[in-house]
Design a protein around this ligand. Sequence first.
Ligand SMILES: Cc1ncc(COP(=O)(O)O)c(C=O)c1O
Length: 223
Amino acid sequence: MSADTPRLGIHTTAIHAGEAPDPTTGALVPPLHLATTYHLGSAEHGAAIFAGEQEAYVYSRWANPTVATFERKAAALEHGEAALATASGMAADLVGPPDGSRAATHIAAAKAIYPSTYHLIVTQLASLGIASTFVDAADPATIEGSDTTRHEVIYLETPGNPLLSLCDLDACSEIGRRRSITTICDNTFATPVNQRPSTTASTSSSTAPRSTFAGMADAVGGS
Ligand SMILES: Cc1ncc(COP(=O)(O)O)c(C=O)c1O
């Protein structure tokens, strides 16, 4: 959706975005697609798909209509260009930094973040060769003052879980924009109802839909 397209309200978006009545059955609730593999039609059609000339569902690990519906809805709620579904919020936090910087070697992360994310940064990301510096993101000057020329990613969470620490998302993202580095914000706590980091310059957003989409803690996922 472009910036000047009239937007639906958050409630309408949450209910309707990314889905339509099922064309085969008319079902209003999107059916769950459990197939692993999809019919390619003809050999020619299959060849065109594998050559990247046509898009189609082939194998569920690559793309799946149910997951695609979730991704369209997540993107619409965030006013983002696109979303990538992950199996959990931590998986979203894991793929974000390497993807945000392509060949990340350094991440500047807010000090007061979800403890598992802290652990992820200092263990898993470190084992992938991504070093980290923890900054007091409540004071954007500390990001500015740290050696951001070395950083390929600024990682924020506002409000942070569990300390409810806040940072000025616009000011921190502006530092990232000026330095042409990606700013990532975990938006699990705020949810797109309250803020949309994806609309801030050079910022991508990750969420754990357990809280965002399924407030009753009955689903695990990420985007
Ligand atoms: C802020 C925040 N980020 C990430 C996560 C991780 O999400 P998940 O448990 O789906 O991996 C959580 C989970 O509570 C969270 O609160």
